[in-house]
Design a protein around this ligand. Sequence first.
Ligand SMILES: [Zn+2]
Length: 436
Amino acid sequence: MIFEPQFETMPREKLDALQLERLQRIVAYLRERVPLYRERLDGIPEIRSLEDLRSFPFTRKADLRDTYPFGLFAVPRQECVRLHASSGTTGKPIVVAYTRDDVDLFARVNARVLAMAGGEPGMVLHNAYGYGLFTGGLGLHYGGERLGMTVVPVSGGMTERQLGLIEDLCPDVITCTPSYALTLAQAFAERGVTPDEISLRFACVGAEPWTESMRAEIDAGLGIRATNIYGLSEIIGPGVSNECVEARKGSHVNEDHFLPEIVDPESGEPLPDGEQGVLVFTTLTKQALPLLRYWTGDITSLDREPCACGRTLARMALIAGRTDDMLIVRGVNVYPTQVEAMLLQVPELTPHYRLVVTREGTLDEVEVEVEVSESYSDAAAGGLESDTRRPLEDRVEKLIRETIGTSMRVTLLAPGDGPRSEGGKLARVDDRRRLA
Ligand SMILES: [Zn+2]
């Protein structure tokens, strides 16, 4: 079903007109209310077309950090009914705010995304996103209620209890991270519960990068159809976009509220549909913390072709990486997640890998160190030194050359020898070029 068909299936010309009208209103609102925007937009002419937005400066995470905690709010703090915060990996967190109308919008866009994912009124929603300062739990919670679902606010962790609740309450839809969906699937399998014995039919998963091969595992392991959800607290939280369960080809952006652009990661120039670049959002209707051209750092592309589900909302591809992680190797942009997605397609390999970048003279070299699976290692009888090693390395090198467009050297590691996360964020890249 479509929760708000009057907006989600709006013809493109009407949607463009609505976006323009809302954009003009929000720009005037920000000029009037937020000192940072008043300064930055000084001298920039009024918006007459959507293209005029291109002359506006980007808003970056640092702007939120520098004005911590309330400096970018467009309303007095007293008018905010809720705050959320994202844990920054360095320094202070970022605080985001919602007026009563913003909270209502937050619920509506999440009702939309749950319907995109296959949810319907009357269904049971098992919400395993974390509740608290993180926007995931509460965002989907109110979305489920708004759609007319029965929401079970499980939050994250305590896997045994989650399994029991799923067996007893028979939810139709689950919301969680993709890696947690895999954990649950594995735990069910260990209990001897088969996918067709699990009541779940749909999963709305996201909040971390994932790949098509993980999707196949989640679908098979839980007996469901999983769709990708995308959001970030700076823009609203979850509810920015979601794949429709009918097509699962890109996530429909709720672009009557969040205007997307794709720009070149280096120059900031706008890129045409279909080309990969940095995703930038302008919020069109939020009151407490509207942002103009917010630089998400996420790399994706946009598709405005009509979709089988009937929605006219643009679709964004799965996130290919982040600008923070981007490497430029011999002039080609490379994201570690691209390499990861490719390694996951090779059954002999594990997701434990690292990229080592060096420079010999003027030429960049990339070495992919990747751990082989236990079963491969056993079958080769510890044979990483034997004749089987080079053919597998050759095969992976060829795959990288053909899918990523740049050549890398592949080195297989024995099980247990690859990099492991030890609580913090795992460094996937060892760039030794700067030392040279
Ligand atoms: Zn669709």
